[in-house]
Design a protein around this ligand. Structure first.
Ligand code: SF4
Length: 397
């Protein structure tokens, strides 16, 4: 990342820090934090039971559910669905899981990002990795953004937020005129009710869920016991990601759009999707360390991480930024990816753990992973020289 981008990112992070510091220590948020810690621990301990229950609940709610063991499986399922609808354009909402499976690179149709930050990055075309799970473009200043929008949309907006927003919104809605397929991730899934919870501020997930087919791709770690639990998770995520108590919108999808208002005959697709398909993705999660799966994706660890603040998104894996992303890369990909994602960049200071609402011990996890990584031959060259010296001369020198 450029020096100017890092500076803008740090300023944005400071804003989130000061906003969330005003509410995260309030008694109600402390209670919520403890509750979500219990929910995530319970969900991990009872993952098979919850998984089976959610399959049954989705079936009852007329939500089609498919299991994808790998990214490739998920992409194959998406390909099949897109072919069925003969889709040339799809509306996409922000999702780390869709980044994880490499959806945009895989599809050769027009995948339109509906989130403003993601759309700006999409228009940027190069060096366009997000820097924060909920503020993907928070490293770009307004002049950069206006330049990107003007060049790619052939418009002439001033570096003025409202003008930029209007230009991007107009273009997105125009592109989506004939779209029939929407795709999103999920913030949380309620097993008992068979409901998918998604939070957003822009209203864009509502657009995505109004397409004829709504595909939702979610990691199996998103499943929690009940709707109350799912809402607790997303509320805590909102507090730590944005410093607000709640987002403008919270969509709960528990089935296709339907009505029985005419002679009690059930018909689908009144305003929203006629078909909802949830793809539950494993992709290494069943091999992952328990605590890594507690993550609610708030990004507070990277906001406070000294390494991330210094180097930006080169510390992390794909859309999973910072140390927790590095840790997950070992399970999603392999030891080599984990090493190349910044396994040895971490200072092991533990600020991530201190600032994580789930107290995920990312620094300890990475320290242990270094031992395992060294055992299979992935360690910094200079460490290798020390090791060789010890082997040859009983001395590191
Ligand atoms: S590791 Fe913790 S702080 Fe970081 S994104 Fe996950 S829940 Fe948030």
């Amino acid at each position: 990342m450029k020096k100017s981008e890092l500076e803008t990112m740090r300023r944005s992070f400071d804003t989130v820090k000061s906003r969330s510091s005003l509410i995260k220590d309030s008694p109600s948020i402390k209670r919520l934090t403890s509750r979500v810690q219990e929910i995530k621990k319970y969900s991990f301990d009872n993952k098979e039971e919850l998984f089976n229950q959610v399959l049954e609940s989705f079936r009852r709610n007329d939500i089609e559910c498919r299991f994808a063991e790998t990214s490739k499986d998920a992409l194959n399922i998406i390909d099949e669905l897109i072919d069925e609808y003969d889709a040339k354009v799809i509306a996409k909402a922000k999702s780390n899981t869709l980044g994880e499976i490499g959806l945009k690179d895989h599809l050769d149709i027009d995948v339109v990002e509906t989130d403003l930050g993601d759309r700006i990055l999409q228009l940027k075309k190069v060096d366009n990795k997000p820097v924060h799970p909920t503020g993907p473009a928070s490293h770009l200043n307004i002049s950069d953004i206006a330049g990107i929008v003007n060049e790619s949309l052939d418009v002439d907006v001033d570096p003025q937020p409202r003008q930029i927003m209007r230009a991007v919104r107009g273009d997105v809605l125009n592109r989506l005129k004939n779209a029939r397929v929407g795709i999103s991730g999920a913030n949380s899934i309620a097993s008992e009710e068979g409901s998918v919870v998604m939070v957003h501020n822009e209203g864009n997930i509502s657009i995505v869920s109004l397409m004829d087919l709504h595909i939702i791709v979610a990691g199996i770690d998103k499943i929690v016991p009940t709707l109350e639990d799912a809402i607790s998770v997303v509320k805590l995520e909102t507090v730590f990601a944005t410093g607000n108590f709640v987002t403008s919108y919270m969509n709960v999808v528990s089935g296709p759009s339907k009505t029985a208002d005419i002679e009690k005959k059930l018909i689908k697709n009144m305003y929203g999707a006629e078909r909802v398909v949830v793809i539950l993705l494993d992709n290494g999660r069943s091999q992952a360390i328990e605590e890594c799966l507690y993550c609610i994706g708030c990004g507070n660890c990277i906001v406070h991480c000294p390494v991330y603040n210094a180097v930006g998104n080169e510390f992390g894996f794909n859309n999973y930024l910072g140390g927790r992303g590095v840790a997950m890369s070992k399970f999603i990909e392999d030891d080599e990816t984990c090493f190349n994602s910044g396994l040895y960049m971490c200072t092991l200071c533990g600020l991530c753990t201190l600032n994580c609402p789930l107290s995920i011990p990312t620094n300890e996890i990475l320290e242990n992973m270094r031992k395992l990584s060294a055992d299979v031959g992935f360690y910094p060259r200079v460490h290798g020289m020390i090791k060789d010296n010890v082997d040859k001369r009983d001395s590191p020198y």
